[in-house]
Structure formats: structure tokens, C-alpha cells
Design a protein. Sequence first.
Length: 152
Amino acid sequence: MKMTTLFGKVFFAWVILSCQAGFAQSSANLAAGLQNTPNGKAIMAYYTAFEKNDWSLIQPVLADGFTFSSPVDDHINIMTFKERCWPNAGKIKRFEVAAVVVKGDEAFVITNAWTTGDKLFRNSDYFKFKDGKITSYECFFGPGVNFPNSGK
């Protein structure tokens, strides 16, 4: 992924979230609000599947042609995602939605999450959807972050 594209998406999310600061909501309210739309339900199913370590919960919300990207993966397909990333589900205790911005078939979500070892990690997630299914998911984290497989 080009650095300018990544910067643009992060900057866009920052602007939107800055504008939303006056409308702060609790994490529980944010998560409950997501349940009111097909795209929001797909987002919550994604996080719930990781919390429950249950692939059968995530598979129905991933569209044909789904891709996953992160600082260490570039548009990998579902099979590679399941092989590389899904094993981390067993290391995740829970997710908390800290902020969310939904614009049509795109969403930017910031989560706080805890590993089964009670270590906090924080992700910024960018979702794209079609017909209520996730077509692409980009996960942003930086060096030194306690993402589940970092061993920290």
C-alpha cells in the first residue's frame, strides 16, 4: 500500500473523529448503535468472532474476494487471512469499540482490546462493505504495540 494512501485514510479518519468529539458516546452505546445497520452488524460479528475464537461467526460476513491488509500483510485473501491471522483469535479476550465513523459502505473503527494475558492493544480499523459483507479490512497498528502475536 502506498504511504500516501495510508496517510490519506488515517488523516480522513482523524478529521472525522475530531469533528465528532462533541458527540462522545460510551463504548457500549457505540457497539449497540452498530447493531442497527447491516454494515454495523458485520463489524460487530467480526470482533465477536475473534472474542469467541469462532470462525463460523466471521465467515458469513466476509465477502467473496475479501482482502486483509496491515503493516505486515498486503491485501491477503481469506485463506491466507485464516492461516496467518485467525490463530490470534485464541489470544484475544475482548474488544471495546472506542470510536466509530460510518460513511456509506466504509467505516473507520478504533478499538481497545485485551489479550487473554490481560495486555491492552489498540487498533485503528478501516472496513469496506458491499451488501452488508466486509470486502476489505485494513488494520493499522504501530511498532511496540501489544498486538496479540507480538509476544509482549
